[in-house]
Design a protein around this ligand. Structure first.
Ligand code: HEC
Ligand code: HEC
Length: 248
């Protein structure tokens, strides 16, 4: 009896994956293939004129990862992107329209287009942000200069550094370094999101990974708070309720 139970449980666990991929394929056909292509090569019928182009999933190179540069992302990285979308691009946010089980299934299906390797190590796990203080921002400003983020992002973070004009991605399309003063981040603007971006880098773009050059947690959060402090866009509440000031 006990043996039978073990066999049954083992079979159920084995069957779960193909079932999830089946479901993932169905969701993919409905919601993704018009842009990303039936074969996941980024060449769907709706992809031709989009900048940046929809990702080619076959190469296994992804921008938004919690894994080291060059590694494929974890399932949860894909789920995060598919849920929130990529701001300022044609990649929609599916969180509001798909149930959690479908978000997961379609993300597993996306990963299955890529190389079949062992799951990579997670480089950035659960984060505990250090509080934003003026001292930490000053330190972040100094690091921004030492690490020469301004070469691409500009000395004041306006996305106008000397290397910005010639920056291209792995598809040969222009890849503009973010203008931090606008404050609209593709991968989300929370301190955790910004931390993940420069620690792991954005593969396929000129944005490098700074994990090795910034081993200290304190330095990483210093840079996060400095970069986020450059945002000049007034939030909607400030716009509605603040006394009228010079940004009008
Ligand atoms: C209207 C076109 C469009 C549709 C529909 C679309 N995408 Fe995308 N997707 C894009 C574009 C464009 C990018 C590239 C954005 C960039 O490189 O900044 C992208 C990028 C991605 C990425 C790459 C993120 C990374 O880390 O590099 C993933 C994963 C993704 N899409 C998943 C999906 C899934 C899953 C669906 C369906 C549920 C979907 N997309 C539907 C246009 C689309
Ligand atoms: C060689 C050029 C280059 C350098 C140097 C560089 N970046 Fe970037 N960075 C880019 C590009 C290009 C993008 C936009 C990529 C994209 O949109 O796909 C980017 C995007 C970003 C983003 C936004 C990610 C998002 O969610 O939209 C952050 C944050 C960032 N960089 C931080 C930094 C920090 C901090 C430094 C210095 C430690 C730095 N970058 C140095 C080229 C660079």
């Amino acid at each position: 009896m006990r043996l039978l139970l073990i066999v049954l449980v083992a079979t159920a666990a084995w069957a779960a994956e193909p079932l999830e991929l089946e479901r993932g394929r169905a969701v993919y056909r409905d919601a993704c293939e018009a842009c990303h292509g039936r074969e996941g090569d980024g060449k769907g019928p709706g992809a031709a004129n989009l900048t940046p182009r929809p990702r080619n999933f076959v190469t296994g190179s992804f921008k938004f990862r919690s894994t080291a540069t060059g590694d494929r992302p974890l399932l949860r990285d894909i789920v995060r992107t598919v849920t929130s979308g990529i701001r300022g691009t044609w990649m929609p946010a599916f969180g509001p329209i798909l149930p959690a089980s479908d978000l997961r299934a379609v993300s597993a299906y996306v990963l299955a287009f890529g190389p079949k390797e062992d799951p990579p190590d997670q480089l950035v796990g659960e984060l505990q942000p250090l509080a934003d203080t003026p001292a930490l921002r000053d330190r972040g400003k100094a690091l921004y200069e030492t690490l020469q983020c301004g070469q691409c992002h500009g000395p004041e973070g306006r996305g106008d550094g000397p290397a910005a004009a010639t920056a291209v991605d792995d598809q040969g399309q222009s890849a503009a370094p973010l203008d931090f003063t606008i404050g609209l981040y593709k991968a989300g603007s929370s301190p955790e999101d910004v931390y993940r971006t420069f620690v792991t880098g954005l593969d396929g773009t000129p944005m490098p990974s700074y994990g090795d050059s910034l081993p200290k947690e304190e330095d990483r959060w210093a840079l996060v708070h400095y970069v986020r402090s450059l945002s000049r866009s007034p939030g909607i509440f400030r716009w509605l309720f603040a006394p009228r000031t010079s940004w009008e």
